[in-house]
Design a protein around this ligand. Structure first.
Ligand code: F0G
Length: 477
């Protein structure tokens, strides 16, 4: 690795900038802030890189690092460090995140009405979700700032990821989660990594308000995606995706939307590649929400054509929160997303859409993704459900190149999977004997276990029946 050819990090002039229209205040990287201290607007890190005249040399360097044994090179995030706001040789807190697979998914493609579909599976990160690509950067910054405690609100994955990285860094970790609304697997991870798991009587949006209050203490560092350092790590997914496609730009990139950090980060990543002339234009970025938790999709549906074309300058200044969000995709059960402005700006600049899909659509899309041999958690499956809608509405054409970003591993929510395949999946409100069933989901692609006798004949007879049935291998589209 020839480090002398690298961009000297000292030449990177990076600042935290407010992106609220009419503000534009700028702050040093070392300031422990999460929103603009002047106007309360969202912050973003902006960097003036001194890039070699031929930016394509960077591509070569990034790829070569894939074969290196150096810790920073083995991370699929720090491998792209020329575009991260840190000095060379930073002591990164890493679990060797990133470097996640890009799969061809023929059955999901056929189901969605496409000739071809690729799945970028961020669930293959160390703690099983995309959060790790951001957390490595946020916790590195927490250590640099001398924080004692890191904190987050979470629907489960942010918590598991922060807990792991805090453990690596030897920091205290406090996670605030809505009681009874987190999958057992995600909660178990946080317990295992030694975090203080605080279950609050409230929903995610209440937890989010609370952690922002707690982060006023200078010893406490907030690691939700409102923190612009999180976004810096997550933007590298755009770089890795392009590298995996030999720098051939996809026409569409489709992501789930919850608190809106991920879509904001991908938009920033693609935007930076375009600024560096490493890609000729932006892929259209589409964000998909669950119908019961879709504040951005609702706002998007009300934008007039001038607002859709106007980009950042014409963005609405407020979003109407969904008071009691409901979805079985618990990861995205969020009514008041904190990063909606950055996300919407990215969608509009790229000519994308924001839409909502039903619980049944999510559940069926998840089962189809499974048939491609790729397991994901329910929130991730909004992508394939959304693509199917966009193809039906002719907003994506059959022959176009499309990447769906899967955000979490199938084992994050095994109860959901099991209930779907057994035909017992239902959305309920309330607890215990007071619980009311709001919606039952039919397992259109059910694959329940079957009890068979302990004889050769019984097993062969069952397999022969299945070979002809709707669950035959290769079927289900
Ligand atoms: N998919 C999964 C699996 C998630 O865990 C989340 C968010 C999202 C999608 C949505 O991403 O918030 O960046 O728009 N999970 C957060 C958490 C809220 O606390 O784990 P987003």
């Amino acid at each position: 690795m020839n480090e002398r050819a690298a961009v000297p990090a000292a030449e990177k002039a990076a600042e935290q900038c407010c992106i609220a229209p009419g503000c534009g205040a700028r702050f040093r990287l070392g300031e422990r802030i999460y929103i603009c201290p002047r106007c309360g607007g969202p912050l973003e890190i902006q960097c003036e890189w001194k890039i070699p005249a031929d930016a394509r040399a960077l591509r070569q360097r990034w790829m070569e690092r894939g074969a290196s044994r150096e810790a920073l090179d083995r991370s699929g995030v720090w491998r792209f460090r020329e575009l991260l706001p840190f000095p060379a040789g930073v002591a990164a807190v890493t679990l060797f995140e990133g470097n996640t697979p890009l799969y061809d998914a023929p059955r999901s493609a056929a189901y969605a009405g496409l000739a071809r579909l690729q799945l970028k599976h961020l669930g293959c990160n160390p703690t099983g979700s995309f959060k790790d690509t951001g957390m490595t950067v946020a916790v590195t910054q927490a250590v640099l700032l001398g924080a004692r405690t890191v904190i987050c609100a979470s629907t489960g994955n942010t918590a598991a990821s922060l807990a792991a990285y805090a453990a690596r860094a030897g920091l205290q970790c406090a996670i605030l989660v809505p009681r009874g609304q987190i999958t057992a697997a995600k909660l178990a991870q946080s317990m295992d990594y030694g975090a203080a798991v605080l279950e609050i009587d409230g929903n995610f949006d209440d937890a989010m308000r609370l952690v922002q209050e707690l982060a006023a203490d200078p010893a406490v560092y907030l690691a939700n995606s409102i923190n612009p350092f999180r976004i810096e790590g997550q933007k590298t997914v755009a770089f890795e995706l392009l590298e995996q496609r030999s720098w051939e730009l996809p026409d569409h990139v489709v992501v789930p939307g919850g608190n809106m950090g991920n879509s904001s980060a991908l938009a920033k990543g693609f935007g930076e590649l375009a600024r560096l002339s490493l890609i000729p234009r932006l892929p259209r970025l589409h964000v998909i929400q669950a119908e019961g938790a879709a504040p951005l999709a609702r706002l998007f549906a009300r934008l007039d054509p001038a607002q859709r074309r106007g980009g950042a300058s014409s963005l609405p200044s407020e979003i109407a929160a969904v008071e009691a969000p409901q979805t079985l995709a618990t990861a995205i059960k969020i009514g008041a997303p904190v990063s909606w402005q950055k996300s919407l700006r990215g969608v509009l600049e790229s000519g994308g859409e924001v839409l909502a899909v039903s619980e049944q659509e999510i559940a069926d899309a998840k089962a189809i993704i499974g048939r491609d041999g790729v397991g994901c958690e329910p929130a991730s499956a909004t992508t394939v459900a959304g693509i199917r809608r966009l193809v039906a509405a002719q907003l994506i054409r059959r022959e176009e190149s499309v990447v769906a970003v899967l955000t979490g591993h199938v084992l994050k929510d095994p109860d959901y999977v099991s209930h779907y395949h057994r035909g017992t999946l239902a959305l309920r409100a309330g607890e215990g004997s007071d619980a009311k069933t709001l919606l039952t989901i039919s397992g259109s692609f059910r694959n329940a276990p079957e009890r068979v006798g302990a004889t050769r004949e019984a097993v062969l007879e069952s397999l022969a029946r299945k070979q002809k049935g709707p669950n035959a291998p290769g079927g289900a589209s």
